[in-house]
Write a protein that binds this ligand. Structure first.
Ligand SMILES: Cc1cc2nc3c(=O)[nH]c(=O)nc-3n(C[C@H](O)[C@H](O)[C@H](O)COP(=O)(O)OP(=O)(O)OC[C@H]3O[C@@H](n4cnc5c(N)ncnc54)[C@H](O)[C@@H]3O)c2cc1C
Ligand code: SF4
Length: 495
């Protein structure tokens, strides 16, 4: 601990975001470039190095947070990078995208603002790349065993990197034309610039991982054939089967799923398209769904120049403080959070009729109405109580010529035939069934990440990727020294 009184003398300070008017006009990350490094050592000093660091348990990766806080406060960036990479393959991803359950579990957060753990993580990762502390680490010898990883999201990438470094010959099969899963086609550029992804992929290539893009397993290559060609298979295909909104008028033109809309905006940023065919420019946009995917649609629609954007949340507006009875420290509480996209919408007044920023809370969609050409023009909603019963007299209509459905995902997409061809058993909720060792019902086939856990977070995906790699290594070699930070039954901390 650099300064034992740091938590008393230094207030919490986060990586500042660029002014709303500036960042809403471009797709670059929302943060002020270069503004994190000058403040971060003092922020790391706020860590109390408490006896039992609950942040460890709250982070699914078990990141060694107090250790690297101490190293950053002493500006030993090389050692900090080593400690961070000991538990996290991709800290520049989590440092930007993680909702940081570790901060909710920080002991300082019992009565003060938590240490800015996520910012410290990001600073270490960025500094490590800038200083060349992240070289490729190819294996010293090969095992002679081969592994096919299906899916190149954070789960597949973490599994592939761990298995390659353990000496196995690994090929990653990806149905999209580029590597990255939802981090590539889903998460917008303003949350994480894709150059961070490219740099890791280059590192993995240099270590020996092979990538096969535009290859849908089940269609371009048979899943059973792949099982026959490789010693083990990891299914890390994500959970992209989206939930529907079966209300009258759903068939009208102009109503799309969030994951039909967001990847097109990603493709504009990649340079594949000049303009998105679903661009929100000049349109009244309503986003149905109050979660993070909806917030990503919001930030995207703002940047595309929507005439108005409103986000509907079926839940009541949460308070600003945790409820100590139902969600006590160190759990991750449901409180009112203002994401960068919500801040933009609030300051630019994109939804004048909203309860807060761009959001209308306790709002349930009843139906859509359209014009003579079959295009959506209005969304009709009603306020609901906590049992989701309509509150009489609260019906109203919002102008809507682009509606985006962001209602979550139910499990893996089954259209490609992979699950049927391998004969994989599913859980009742549609995810791939596996035992405590990540093994499916088919010998040599393992499942990890959103495909098996259900819709989750990048930090869980990386943790699952690391853990499934340990399981595969054990299956191939009879034992493994690879770390397994989570088991399939682990869940976020709750009361
Ligand atoms: C819009 C959006 C924003 C999000 N934002 C955040 C965030 O800010 N922070 C956070 O922590 N989490 C976020 N999440 C959740 C997070 O992205 C996921 O939990 C995570 O990506 C899951 O990783 P995965 O590797 O299991 O699956 P995915 O990332 O979904 O990757 C699965 C990959 O498998 C490929 N695939 C599927 N079937 C086949 C096949 N048959 N053959 C070959 N390839 C196949 C897919 O094309 C895809 O590339 C977000 C999710 C969405 C939808
Ligand atoms: S990965 Fe997420 S939970 Fe873990 S230390 Fe980083 S920000 Fe915290």
């Amino acid at each position: 601990m650099g300064d034992p009184k740091g938590f008393m003398s230094t207030p919490r300070q986060e990586w500042p975001r660029r002014p709303v008017e500036e960042r809403a006009r471009d797709w670059d990350e929302v943060y002020v470039p270069g503004a994190l490094l000058p403040i971060i050592s003092k922020q790391a000093d706020r860590c109390m190095d408490c006896g039992i660091p609950f942040c460890h348990d709250a982070c699914p990766l078990g990141n060694l947070i107090p250790e690297w806080n101490d190293l950053v406060s002493r500006e030993d960036w090389r050692a900090a990078s080593e400690r961070l990479h000991a538990t996290n393959n991709f800290p520049e991803f989590t440092g930007r995208l993680c909702p940081a359950p570790c901060e909710a579990g920080c002991v300082l957060a019992i009565n003060q603002p938590a240490v800015t753990i996520k910012n410290v993580e990001c600073a270490i990762a960025d500094r490590a790349w800038a200083e060349g502390f992240v070289p490729a680490r190819p294996p010293e010898r090969l095992s002679g065993k081969t592994v096919a990883v299906i899916g190149s999201g954070p789960t597949g990438l973490a599994a592939a990197q761990q298995l390659t470094r353990a000496g196995h010959t690994v090929a990653v099969f990806e149905k999209d034309d580029r590597i990255g899963g939802l981090m590539r086609y889903g998460i917008p550029e303003f949350k994480m610039e894709k150059r961070h992804l490219e740099r890791r992929i280059e590192q993995m290539r240099a270590e020996g991982t092979k990538f096969r893009t535009s290859m849908t397993v089940g269609r371009d290559v048979g899943a059973a054939e792949l099982r026959g060609r490789y010693d083990a298979v990891v299914v890390a295909t994500g959970a992209t089967a989206w939930r529907e909104l079966p209300v009258p008028g759903r068939e009208l033109n102009g109503i799309h799923q969030a994951m039909q809309y967001l990847p097109l905006a990603n493709r504009v940023c990649e340079g594949d398209l000049e303009v998105s065919p679903l661009s929100a420019a000049g349109k009244h946009v309503v986003i149905v769904g109050g979660g993070d995917t909806g917030a990503d649609c919001l930030g995207t629609a703002v940047r595309e120049g929507a005439a108005s954007v409103t986000q509907l949340d079926i839940y009541a507006q949460p308070g600003g403080e945790r409820d100590e009875d139902t969600e006590p420290w160190p759990t991750y509480p449901k409180i009112y959070r203002l994401s960068a996209a919500h801040e933009e919408a609030r300051d630019l007044r994109t939804a004048p009729a909203a309860d807060a920023d761009a959001r209308l809370f306790a709002a349930s969609t009843l139906h859509f109405t359209g014009d003579d050409s079959g295009r959506v023009r209005s969304l009709h909603l009603v306020e609901v109580d906590e049992m989701r019963r309509p509150v009489p007299g609260t019906g109203r209509a919002l102008p809507a010529d682009l509606v985006l459905l962001a209602l979550g995902f139910s499990g893996p997409d089954q259209e490609d035939g992979l699950i049927g061809q391998l004969g994989l058993t599913l859980e009742a909720r549609g995810t791939i069934a596996r035992d405590d060792g990540f093994a499916t019902n088919v010998p040599g086939v393992f499942a990890a990440g959103d495909a098996a856990r259900g819709q989750s977070l990048i930090v869980w995906a990386i943790a699952e990727g690391r853990a499934v790699a340990a399981a595969v290594d054990r299956y191939l070699m009879g034992g493994s020294r690879l770390p397994a930070p989570v088991s399939p039954r682990d869940r976020p901390m709750r009361v």
